[in-house]
Design a protein around this ligand. Structure first.
Ligand SMILES: *Cc1c(COP(=O)(O)O)cnc(C)c1O
Length: 455
């Protein structure tokens, strides 16, 4: 390939045959989720009311690799393998000596990495005889992904959309309804959790999760589906990193640093976990940087402990970095990064020092998004723009140190439904909302009593 090759493509038969499961090799070992009633490890029974058996198996699996069912691989083939780009134009625009690559997940029908797990979850629920899935959505990306997956596997989909996004992103709603889903603004008056949280007008992911879980727990033909955080979701995303390993081999390069945004942790894990395993096998010096919004700095300003996954305390307690389940993040435009907690697998990796965390502000993030769009053409989702900003920070630091780094980042989605946020930035109206340590401390004071402290 020439020095100027920009696109590294794989053929359809190079879609990975297995997912990569880091659970059995997690540095420091894996802590179990706890049942809030007993403070004992939550067993499969605690999850059986809302998840199908195969998903529960994956949640606790000690297999290092799990075969991807053929119908899932076939559906993924609608858009996978996704392209890897060498960002020559971006490198020139910022004048760096480093090489920047990005893996692009925005080519999926829903426009992000999220269908990688939505397709798998829809398949397993259909196999289990489930008629309907409920879920929450923040920015609308997960809701779109599950609506698309429901259409592929003949399932009804009912969605609770975080209020601020519901108002800001009418076309995400239209998209979900186009695929046949029912969409409600959260907090809604359809659930106990919604009615209890009616005062939080703008809503939050935590509240929307409570609404969706409540409904699924009540009906035998209905399950719940989560777009991030849990082990099985991170597992399903590992097709991203595996493809990227094959693509960088085509480029004859290896990353010095792998960067992605982190909301619940799934796109980050998707690209980073396969590379982390590759690092152990090949003795690479690769660093990993999870990047979050300064307004919702779960990894950099949260505590590592047991907390609920939702706002109302319906889920098992998860061992994770958290700002407190009652923390309602300011309404930044990266709706998919407004979550109080973080995936237990990613939290454990940060805790073990295997993954670094970085927080970036909203305005610098949009500035990076514009630089990227003007150089590479793609308009990033605001969530993905956090990875762009973080990759550019890596390039700046390398230049300052007189180094040449190979920087790999994940562009998790496109921003075609986020143009109101771009308008606000272009008009100079975008805020950098302050993170409130006082509010975090108030929320942390409400961590579930009796849960063991994690050293
Ligand atoms: C949902 C979303 C994220 C954040 O969620 P993770 O589980 O952390 O990946 C990031 N980027 C895009 C485009 C998303 O839709």
């Amino acid at each position: 390939m020439s020095d100027r090759t920009t696109k590294f493509l794989l053929s359809e038969d190079q879609i990975p045959s297995h997912w990569i499961n880091l659970l059995p090799e997690l540095p420091g070992g894996a802590l179990p989720p706890l049942s809030p009633a007993t403070m004992q490890p939550a067993g499969p029974d605690d999850l059986a009311a809302i998840f199908p058996p195969q998903v529960i198996e994956q949640e606790v699996s000690s297999e290092h690799e799990i075969a991807i069912p053929e119908p899932v691989r076939e559906a993924l083939g609608l858009w996978r393998p996704t392209p890897l780009f060498r960002a020559h134009r971006l490198e020139e625009a910022v004048g760096t000596r480093s090489r920047i690559y990005y893996k692009y997940e925005g080519v999926s029908p829903a426009g992000s990495h999220k269908p990688n797990s939505a397709i798998a979850q829809a398949y397993y629920n259909q196999q289990a005889g489930i008629a309907k899935l409920t879920t929450e959505t923040g920015a609308g990306q997960w809701g779109s992904a599950l609506s698309f997956a429901g259409a592929m596997f003949g399932l009804e989909i009912e969605i609770y959309m975080v209020g601020s996004s519901y108002d800001q992103k009418p076309y995400r709603r239209s998209m979900m309804r186009t695929w046949g889903a029912e969409v409600h603004r959260s907090p809604s008056d359809r659930t106990e959790a919604g009615r209890q949280n009616a005062a939080f007008e703008t809503g939050s992911l935590g509240i929307a999760i409570s609404e969706a879980v409540e409904l699924a727990a009540q009906r035998p033909d209905t399950n719940y589906s989560l777009g991030s955080v849990l082990n099985h979701v991170l597992l399903h995303q590992t097709v991203i990193g595996q493809e990227t390993i094959a693509q960088l081999a085509l480029a004859g390069d290896t990353p010095d640093v792998v960067v992605a945004s982190a909301g619940g942790g799934s796109n980050f894990a998707g690209i980073a976990f396969p590379w982390w395993r590759e690092k152990q096998r090949r003795g690479l010096g690769t660093r990993f940087v999870a990047t979050e919004p300064a307004a919702c700095p779960t990894l950099t300003q949260g505590v590592y402990g047991y907390d609920f996954g939702d706002a109302s305390g319906l889920t098992p307690l998860l061992p994770m970095h958290t700002l407190g389940h009652g923390f309602v993040p300011p309404p930044v435009h990266a709706g998919g990064l407004r979550y109080h907690g973080m995936a237990p697998l990613l939290s454990a990796m940060v805790r073990a020092g295997e993954v670094e965390a970085r927080a970036v502000r909203q305005n610098e993030t949009f500035e990076a998004a514009l630089t990227f769009a003007r150089a590479e053409g793609i308009v990033p989702a605001p969530e993905s723009a956090h990875a762009v900003r973080s990759a550019l920070i890596e390039a700046e630091r390398a230049d300052e140190a007189g180094e040449e780094r190979t920087i790999l980042f994940l562009l998790s989605g496109h921003g075609h439904f986020d143009m109101a946020a771009y308008d606000a930035y272009l008009a100079g109206d975008l805020e950098d909302p302050e993170f409130s340590p006082e509010e975090r401390d108030r929320a942390l004071a409400e961590l579930p009593a009796g849960a063991p402290a994690i050293a």
